[in-house]
Design a protein around this ligand. Structure first.
Ligand code: KET
Length: 397
């Protein structure tokens, strides 16, 4: 009966973990998946999370079902974090927010909702984007199209081409945007470019879906919300998926949220009800542990400050690794410009290495980066960085 079932060859990002795990080379380096490791190469458990987990262990909270849309305190804290506690949209109750299974779950529930209620909408994603954006939206029945974004010639944004492209789109289509730390390129629009882009998106009556997986790893937790808050201030109705996988190091707990900004409280209630219905049919209700952790970290001033500090440490360590990699490469490969390394933001660097060079890094040096040349800078540390830089220099020359 399974004769016609085709084999799924695996994901280009997650598949690298399996290959890395079985590699016997003691010098192997995992720079594939977007996971932050500390300078010792360990996956950190944040101090704020440890504190809450100790409290939770003492509280012995029974493992009841959560509501379909997650813990109320968690959902409110997400809104405060994304939009600001005092924001009119938060205060007036016109945002529908559901807890989701990571950022991926938020994207999938959002995709389902849009496809169900706006079946003629297409979605446009940046060229390039996180590969799973395409899979998730196609999986929900969408036709996924691409908008111009990255210019390899300048290692920057194709801003003029992008503006012209948006101008010719039909109203009602969805534009998937990365509010900060674009994956995979690390190239973000500036504040004034966001203003221009959002103005066109508004004029053309397009609908933004902002995927916010790296809050805090660009400038800081607050500044990274620029595009989201600007869009709300411009009067948009929009979708936002966010995730605590990276910025709270809660990858395996699957904690995220989907927020839908509506024109008024009444519509937000209706949207919330439909999102709950989607969840009921998909998986009924979310797991509790991550909701409890994030609820307590975000709703306690001391723990929130501690979290903010820990996010700053992660961001600054990644930054230091960018500068070190730049320094070593600049001196070992003279005549080549590596300034992109320090310009790009977030966890990743889009190295410009071609697939052959990426394959050589893997086969000759046991260094694992994504086939498209994306390197997770957050996997570098003071012990492996020179080895990686020298290997890169060898495959480049
Ligand atoms: N959005 C983006 C842009 C993103 O890079 C990821 C994960 C997610 C959403 C999903 O977040 P989560 O909360 O884990 O569901 N990206 C890394 C991991 C992966 O591919 O799944 C990555 O790009 O390596």
């Amino acid at each position: 009966m399974f004769q016609n079932v085709r084999y799924y060859p695996g994901d280009p990002i997650l598949g690298l973990i399996d290959k890395y795990n079985v590699d016997p080379n003691p010098n192997k380096v995992n720079l594939g998946v977007g996971v932050y490791y500390d300078n010792e190469g360990r996956l950190p458990i944040l101090e704020c999370v440890k504190t809450v987990e100790k409290q939770l262990a003492q509280q012995n909270i029974p493992h009841n079902y959560l509501p379909m849309d997650g813990l109320a305190g968690y959902r409110q804290a997400c809104q405060n974090l994304l939009f600001g506690t005092q924001h009119e949209a938060v205060q007036s109750g016109r945002i529908a927010t559901i807890a989701s299974l990571g950022g991926s779950g938020a994207l999938r529930v959002g995709a389902e909702f849009i496809h169900q209620w706006f079946p003629r909408a297409n979605i446009y994603v940046s060229n390039p984007t996180w590969g799973n954006h395409i899979s998730i939206f196609e999986g929900a029945g969408f036709t996924v199209k691409k908008y111009p974004y990255y210019d390899p010639a300048t290692n920057g944004l194709k801003i003029e081409e992008l503006k012209q492209f948006l101008q010719q789109l039909d109203a009602g289509n969805i534009i998937l945007l990365h509010p900060c730390c674009h994956n995979p390129t690390g190239i973000d629009p500036t504040a004034s470019e966001w203003d221009e882009l959002l103005t066109i998106i508004k004029e053309k009556k397009l609908i933004p879906f902002m995927d916010f997986a790296y809050q805090g790893l660009g400038d800081d937790l607050e500044q990274d919300t620029y595009a989201i808050r600007k869009a709300v201030d411009l009067g948009f109705c929009l979708y936002i998926s966010n995730s605590f996988s990276k910025n709270m190091s809660l990858y395996g707990e699957r904690v995220g949220a989907l927020s839908v900004v509506c024109p008024n409280q009444e519509q937000a209630k209706i949207v919330q009800s439909q999102l709950k219905f989607i969840i009921r049919r998909f998986y009924s209700s979310p797991p509790g542990h991550g909701n409890y952790i994030v609820d307590q970290v975000l709703n306690n001033a001391d723990l929130f400050n501690q979290w903010q500090q820990e996010v700053t440490e992660m961001r600054e360590r990644i930054h230091a690794m960018r500068f070190r990699l730049h320094e070593v490469l600049q001196s070992s490969v003279p005549g080549r410009d590596f300034s992109f390394l320090t310009k790009q933001r977030g966890m990743f660097s889009f190295t410009g290495l071609n697939s052959e060079q990426v394959a050589r890094l893997q086969s000759e040096f046991s260094i694992y980066i994504v086939e498209n040349g994306r390197m997770c800078i957050a996997g570098l540390n003071t012990k492996n960085i020179d080895y990686v830089a020298e290997a890169m220099a060898k495959v480049l020359t």
